[in-house]
Design a protein around this ligand. Structure first.
Ligand SMILES: Nc1ncnc2c1ncn2[C@@H]1O[C@H](COP(=O)(O)OP(=O)(O)OP(=O)(O)O)[C@@H](O)[C@H]1O
Length: 375
């Protein structure tokens, strides 16, 4: 601080092009790292060996500093990131001319295109987002992580299109559309189908949460769950909402536009620090919708709904006879106001599997306070 007050430039580097931020990151000096970043130090300055401060913090195992640097858009070109660069696809292999618009989300449009003759989904990222180098880096890092993932309930990432001005990436194409489309078309689902869909989502999510390091989806909604031709559901777009994430002195927060309010965990809405269980909360709201046939409070503005959930502990109604008792119990646990009390996806899978067996055996599952039997 004294040096900075004397007027020394925060990006001043030595003969090896190493900055104070490199040194503080190597030595584990968290407060100095925070100070330097506040004073405008370049998070991605590279030394003579092409190492960034994040490369150093990773090498010396300073996890808290890695998190700080990553939250500021830090990349590690010589380490983990470079071992798995994002697979690049040559634009001439993609027939963008005959592309068909299939949807539009918060980040840009989604097209059905042919890549080497195969139908795939091309997700375009708005230039207002992709032109910011920090955001672009974060996006590419998230995609590089996505490409390593393989699971039957996770949408397969295929690669990024080499284009300087825009950011376009390809994933497998799921022609049956999203769970949102299914619920809009079919309304309330048969309990056996709802449970098997819930299991698909829980298995995909469990894979993400058990990943090292764990991947938090942060924006699990019915439009981020797609159906394959065999009728199974796959989770998509995990981790991408990180680009809308902010960090302040208290920890990670999501900006208002990140994550859909209707599925947002109370702690996220209150802008508190959060963990994996935010996805368990969103999962519960989705399962509720599958039994209900769509959102329960359609008339209420999503932001107002999230506000009531966060400050008045309001939750969707469970009184109707649509919900078998074990599902009610599961939902209450999953949307518990205390994050610690929510089950893990591993536990959710076990519970759903036994509910599935009961349903398959034709056992009637009575709904509490109601004389109807559900099957
Ligand atoms: N791989 C895919 N295969 C088939 N359809 C897809 C695929 N990816 C997205 N879509 C369709 O495009 C729509 C928009 O997707 P996108 O992920 O961009 O936005 P979203 O999930 O609806 O919203 P947000 O990005 O704000 O969370 C989806 O609802 C889905 O119908």
């Amino acid at each position: 601080m004294m040096e900075l007050e004397k007027g020394i430039e925060p990006n001043f580097a030595d003969y090896d092009k190493r900055t104070a931020l490199h040194l503080a990151s190597s030595e584990g000096c968290t407060e100095v790292v925070e100070l330097l970043l506040r004073e405008g130090a370049d998070v991605n300055s590279t030394d003579r060996w092409g190492r960034t401060p994040l490369s150093d913090a990773r090498s010396f195992g300073h996890v808290d500093i890695c998190e700080i640097l990553e939250a500021r858009g830090g990349i590690d070109p010589v380490g983990v990131d470079s071992q798995s660069p994002c697979y690049e696809i040559d634009p001439i292999e993609v027939d963008m001319e005959s592309s068909i618009l299939i949807g539009e989300g918060g980040y840009g449009e989604v097209y059905l295109v042919k890549w080497r003759g195969t139908a795939v989904a091309a997700k375009t990222i708005r230039s207002s987002i992709a032109s910011n180098p920090k955001v672009r880096n974060t996006f590419i890092r998230e995609l590089a992580l996505w490409q390593k993932l393989r699971h039957p309930n996770i949408v397969q990432f295929l690669g990024v299109l080499k284009q300087s001005d825009r950011l376009i990436f390809l994933t497998e194409y799921l022609r049956n559309g999203s769970l949102y489309d299914i619920l809009r078309k079919k309304g309330r689902l048969d309990p056996r189908i709802a449970v098997s869909y819930a299991l698909d989502i829980a298995r995909g999510m469990n894979y993400l949460h058990r990943h090292k390091p764990p991947i938090i989806h942060r924006d699990l909604t019915p439009s981020n769950v797609l159906q394959d031709e065999a009728g199974h559901l796959k989770v998509t777009d995990f981790g991408l909402s990180k680009i809308g994430e902010e960090r302040d002195e208290r920890g990670y927060k999501m900006t208002g536009g990140t994550g859909s309010y209707r599925y947002m965990a109370p702690e996220v809405y209150r802008r508190e620090t959060y963990g994996k269980s935010v996805d368990v909360f969103s999962f519960a709201i989705i399962v509720h919708e599958m039994f209900q046939g769509g959102p329960s409070n359609r008339a209420e503005a999503p932001e107002q709904l999230a506000d009531r959930r966060a400050y008045e502990d309001s939750r969707p109604p469970l009184s109707s006879y649509f919900y078998p008792d074990p599902i009610k119990m599961l939902l209450r646990e999953c949307w518990h106001k205390n994050q610690e009390c929510r089950p893990t996806f591993e536990e959710i899978i076990q519970k759903l599997e036994s509910i599935q067996v009961e349903l398959q055996n034709g056992k009637t599952m009575r709904a509490a306070g109601c004389s109807c039997a559900i099957l």
